[in-house]
Design a protein around this ligand. Sequence first.
Ligand code: GLC
Length: 600
Amino acid sequence: MPTEDIDRRWWKEAVVYQIYPRSFNDADGDGIGDIPGIVERLDYLDALGVDVVWLCPVYDSPNADNGYDISDYRAIMDEFGTMADWETLLDGLHDRDIKLVMDLVVNHTSDEHEWFVKSRAGEDEYDDYYWWREGRDADAVDWSATEGPEGEAPPNAWKSFFGGPAWAYDDEREAWYLHLFDRKQPDLNWENPDVREEVFEMMEWWFEKGIDGFRMDVINLISKPEGLPNDPDDPFGGAMSQSTNGPRVHEYLSEMNERVLDREYLTVGEMLGPKMPMDHARRYLDPDEDGLSMLFHFEHMLLDRGEDLWKRRDWDLSELKAVFNRWDEGLKEDGWNSLYLNNHDQPRMVSRFGNDGAYRRESAKLLATLLHTLRGTPYIYQGEELGMTNYPFDSLDEFRDVDTLNPLREAVSEGEVESFEAVKEAVRANSRDNARTPMQWSAEEHAGFTDGEPWIGVNPNHDEINVEAERADPESVWHYYRDLISLRDEYDVVVYGDYEPLFPDDGTVWAYTRTLATDAGTERLVVALNFSSSEVAVGLPDEVASDDATLLLGNYDAASEVDAAGDTDPDLDVDTVADELAAGDLRLRPWEARVYHDST
Ligand code: GLC
């Protein structure tokens, strides 16, 4: 490929860092993270080397879902600070060459948003801003009333993703409104052109303030099909299957693209649903259609999940590979992938896909290696760069999340689950609150997150896992992230190289090459990752073995090799590691990750 044929975009070359403001850093001592707290840590972000910050919602909100229920899109939540604080943050980031991506939550608003207040009052102009419907005859369906007038059941059988029916009865308007999430998050009616206009104007307003893009919350739910049909095969009665990638979603997003988007912005759409058809994905990303830069799918996030929060599913590495392989293949010509294993809605990756015990450090680095050497833009979720782990939740009152508490309380009251104790293991592994415990800055009380009482428990392991300790130790996970980030700056092949998986069915080793052939020559990476706590031998195909490769990065200290039993292995040094690739025979230690490079 001639070098000038590479479709270069800054957001392909970037590494994104996600901040969940409530849990990042508290400057005013009220136990809740805030914007001035982020400003205090700007030099930290700069030292790590990230290029973009994605800031979870900081808008005015009654916090039924920690800011994902917005009551004013153009104001900052009091707990987080003021618009002037936000401007200081934007300037501070831009001064350090870090871009800012805001969260756009427009599938729903808060029920305290002015539009909803007016809509519920039946004000003409706002009458049709939400999904208002009449109830059904309760006798005709299986429904025992918990709300609404006697004899009335909700308009259809859809269930909320946060538990209970997807409809709430409003006494003022005397009708039911749709809420795919909490009852305090009514769904906006995108069929109404005035709603779309309001959203586009609000987006423009933020772009004019100087932001660099949007992460779009559950954006593939904005179009609902005519008649809101039920679906008995969907665990949510149709709410999920009928709302994802709905009939007019591309029309709405193309309109957004035409009106407000630009290839220079980073736009990433969060897309719910079990397995997105690739033709939809391509339309979301086609610059001539919806024009998003990337999307977040959930395919890999669902592998270990049962149907409910309190259920788990066994999974195998080959399934995880198959997901990433399908997405690389599907978007390699047209489109671009996002790469993540963590965010504010997911348990900590090292506890989930790695080994958070004896090999915490190694497996955190291995997972990082994966995310930063596949093709796509890597996303780091706060604390991931320290190898932060899940929280040892022990009782229900330690949780804060609606999506943990609501479904669980409902299941217990309906007798579907005996008690929290009975499902503790699964709930503590699955809960979104694992991601939301405070960032661990130091070994001090409350991990240096706040001088007050934190709004959610701080992981007791902060005495060992924290920023101060990580920065002081050159072999830490944190330093490894820095190395990965700088490799991306140094080697084009890391960003643009073609991905070729090896041994797709192997359940232990994930190995692949990345190759970039340009008129300047061919650059190649060989990546080998051992996803197990035992040593494994890997026989590479002849064409992958290489005489003149060097080890760019590895997660075992090459100078003082330690074998699986913890003994120093004098035979394994940088030369041996290179010799192994030359022979095509790798001996990978537990959770070992290696990245080789050669060029011809
Ligand atoms: C997205 C957000 C999640 C939120 C939900 C409803 O999935 O990431 O935190 O609860 O949308 O807005």
